[in-house]
Ligand binder design. Structure first.
Ligand code: SD4
Length: 305
């Protein structure tokens, strides 16, 4: 059944927008991109991706995004993109207009400008005031030697990534992931979101998966590709997401740290969905199908599971 799922409470806007596109016969990737872009354009949510969201440690807003088409395995990505409002649309242009998959920083910006994306000023007064109050630039820029780096909590009150997975009327899958990354990240830091196989993976023959949460832990286990490969091996989307969370937990145990807050969501080639998160991630996601959108709370996988 045609279905669209999207991360976090602001995923509702993505799912509503994308569902309308699926209903009129659009391809999965077009619907997912329209949904993601609606969230990028929504400046009322300070913590969601897009203009007005929280910058890095030195006050710069840099955006990361990727897209993938499950029919052809075509994909594109950008990271560290500044002054461009729609990183996911730029990622799609990388996919369609270049022989490459991934452009970063100044190169990604140069490409976006060549493609006609306008140069824009992404900062809102509210976001910069908060940055100034927290003044992260005054803190030590690198982790102290005596302990692991402190990661910001990622739960339903502090998150920014919209990952949208869609299953269209023809039964094809498409996905988009777009983010401003962890608030107050080190300059140059890239998380899982724009990395094909980490923040997103889509294959019509196996399923689609996306991730949100502390990107370092998602990259470490190749999260989204792992989920898709579990579905290829016969697991349901729910089982696949739970297995990925167990893997995150196991990786943390091997490093002697408490598992970070991470969540996965998935769609199989028939449009069945599932999601799971590690402890305290409080992950909710929007599910759009049959003409309506509802919010679903993901199952938590504790470290001992
Ligand atoms: C990152 N995965 O940059 C992103 C952060 C995130 O909701 O998902 N926030 O690591």
């Amino acid at each position: 059944m045609p279905t669209i799922i999207a991360t976090w409470p602001f995923g509702r806007l993505a799912a509503e927008t994308g569902l309308a596109r699926i209903a009129r016969g659009d391809a999965a990737l077009d619907a997912a991109l329209a949904g993601a872009q609606a969230v990028e354009d929504d400046t009322t949510s300070r913590t969601s991706v897009g203009f007005g969201s929280l910058p890095d440690r030195i006050g710069r807003l840099t955006l990361d995004a990727c897209v993938m088409d499950g029919r052809t395995l075509s994909c594109g990505a950008v990271a560290g993109l500044e002054h461009v409002r729609h990183p996911a649309a730029v990622a799609r242009r990388v996919m369609e207009k270049t022989p490459h998959v991934f452009l970063v920083g100044e190169g990604a910006k140069w490409f976006a400008l060549q493609e006609g994306f306008p140069l824009e000023y992404p900062y809102t007064v509210a976001a910069m005031r908060e940055w100034e109050e927290k003044n992260p630039a005054r803190r030590p820029p690198v982790p102290k030697k005596d302990g692991p780096a402190q990661m910001a909590d990622i739960d339903e009150h502090n998150h920014d990534t919209v990952t949208v997975l869609a299953h269209d009327q023809k039964g094809n899958l498409g996905g988009v992931c777009t983010t401003s990354g962890l608030a107050y990240k080190l300059p140059g830091r890239v998380g899982d979101s724009p990395i094909i196989g980490a923040g997103l993976y889509v294959d019509d023959q196996a399923g689609a998966a996306g991730a949100t949460g502390v990107g370092e832990e998602i990259i470490r286990i190749g999260g989204s590709l792992f989920v898709v490969e579990q579905m290829r091996a016969g697991k349901t989307p729910q089982e696949a997401c739970e297995l990925a969370c167990r893997r995150v937990n196991a990786a943390a145990a091997r490093r002697g740290v408490h598992p970070a807050q991470v969540a996965f969501l998935a769609l199989d080639p028939r449009g069945n969905h599932g999601a799971a998160c590690t402890q305290r991630a409080n992950f909710v996601y929007a599910v759009g199908r049959d003409g309506r959108v509802e919010m679903v709370r993901a199952r938590e996988v504790p470290p001992t599971a």
